[in-house]
Every structure is written in C-alpha cells, then in structure tokens.
Design a binder for this molecule. Structure first.
Ligand code: SF4
Length: 262
C-alpha cells in the first residue's frame, strides 16, 4: 500500500519522548511514547502511559523538528506507548513525514505494540512502517531475567556433562534461552535512570562487557588448558562449562537479590 501524504498539523496525545535509546529496536533510536493503552498489564514498563487521559498534545510537525535535531546520531524512530495503534492516524502521519523528508528518510520506522489492533489499522500503517515489535509481557521483566539465568546455568551445566556431540546439541535450546537475559536486564536498568542518563547507562553496560571480554578468554582458555592436560578422559572434562555455569548462577543470585521489589 502506498502511504498517503502526512499532515504536519495532526495532533497526538504524547506521554514522553526519549532522544536516544538502545533498547527500543535496532541501533540508536528516538522513541515517542504515546498516551493511552488498550490493556492493563501487571508487568507494564510504563504504567503512567496506560490511562487514555493524561499526557499532552503534540503535533507531527513538533516531533519532526525534535527528530531532525537528533537525526545525525540516530538509526531510527520507534513509536511506543501505551498502545501506539490507538492513535494510528498520528502514527501514520509522523512516519509518513519522516519518510518524505530527504534528511530523515534513512531512519527506520518501527512500532512497539501489544498487537491489539484490527486488521484495518495494520493495513493503514502498512506503507509507512519498516517493522513492528510485538511485546509479550507474559513473564514480566524480573521473571524473564531469572528464567534466562536459570536456563543459562542449566545449559552450561549440561554442556559440561555431555558425553557426545549429540548430547551437547540437545542442551543447546536450553542454553539459548539465556538470550532473554539481556533485554530483560536492559529494561529493568533503563527504568532506573532518567532520559538524560540513558547514554551514560549504555556506556557503563558497554564498559562492563568490554572488561568481561578481556577477562573471559584468559580465564576460560586457561581452565580448558588445565582440563585438557590432566582430565580430558575423566569426569572433569566438562569443567570449563561448569565454571561458566557457576558464574551465570552467581549472577542469578546477585540479580535475584538486587531486583527484589521490581
Ligand atoms: S500493552 Fe504495554 S503499555 Fe499497555 S499495559 Fe501492557 S505493557 Fe503497558
């Protein structure tokens, strides 16, 4: 479907904006949080955006101006909420305006949604979206974090026990669920800092990853070397993976303690 022209005067109900976010889609994104939601999830990340009343009026033109200023540092724009599809005409016009402006057209346009919209809404947005991210809040962030850490711990533990390659493969789906840890942890962390501090938070997370990237290769290759020399045909052959399991498990205990009350 071809997008119809945008109205810069279109008014939407805005809860807030974040100029730079690394957790609302790929790359560095400008995020527009619209006011009002169709659901009332227990694990809502932005409960203040649920009421249909509240927020403030903003025009498409106002937001395009803000996005223009931040554009040199952006990969894209995400419209979130609340449930953004409740204001589908505003979403359409904002994304159409971004797509129509030469200096902004390279920005990807993503919608963060609970998916609770009729087919006609998706048809209307089809020509202006580069993608939609459908949130499933079944677990909640803290439970998702703990679930991922338990799966990671068990996955590495079973890797260490695996007597053959086939057993190792069998443990992979469990270990792969460790992947939910990062987004869940990011969601919890970003809630604890202001919009202005998000960049500093991402810098701190990146620094910690770099430090881990320096220590881990030495630690694990030395462990593997010790195991290979003395225990390659014994029960302890999987010790390198058990070390990883122990570290993820300790991370789980720390996460359990520090996220109490989330
Ligand atoms: S759909 Fe999203 S914004 Fe709406 S209540 Fe659920 S978590 Fe909150």
């Amino acid at each position: 479907m071809t997008a119809s022209p945008a109205s810069l005067d279109r008014v939407g109900r805005l809860a807030d904006t974040i100029e730079f976010s690394a957790v609302d889609g790929p790359g560095n994104r400008f995020v527009v949080f619209l006011q009002g939601c169709t659901l009332d999830c227990l694990a809502c990340h932005n409960p203040q955006t649920i009421p249909l009343v509240g927020g403030r009026d903003v025009t498409v033109g106002d937001l395009v101006e803000q996005i223009r200023r931040a554009a040199p540092f952006l990969s894209g724009v995400t419209i979130s909420g609340g449930e953004a599809t409740l204001q589908a005409a505003f979403v359409h016009d904002l994304f159409a305006a971004i797509g129509a402006e030469e200096s902004l057209a390279r920005l990807t346009r993503f919608l963060d949604t609970n998916g609770d919209a009729p087919r006609s809404t998706w048809d209307a947005l089809d020509g202006v979206l580069d993608g939609a991210m459908v949130d499933l809040k079944a677990l909640g962030e803290r439970h998702a974090l703990m679930f991922g850490l338990v799966c990671g711990t068990l996955g590495f533990f079973f890797y260490g026990l695996a007597p053959t390659g086939y057993w190792f493969w069998a443990a992979m789906p469990l270990a792969a669920l460790w992947g939910v840890v990062n987004p869940a942890a990011q969601a919890i962390m970003t809630r604890h800092v202001t919009a202005q501090e998000q960049g500093r938070l991402q810098g701190a997370v990146g620094s910690m990853n770099s430090i881990a990237g320096i220590i881990a290769p030495t630690l694990f290759t030395q462990t593997l070397a010790a195991v290979a020399q003395a225990h390659v045909h014994t029960f302890w052959a999987g010790a390198t993976f058990w070390l990883a399991a122990a570290m993820v498990g300790i991370g789980g205990i720390v996460a359990w303690r520090v996220t109490r009350g989330e």
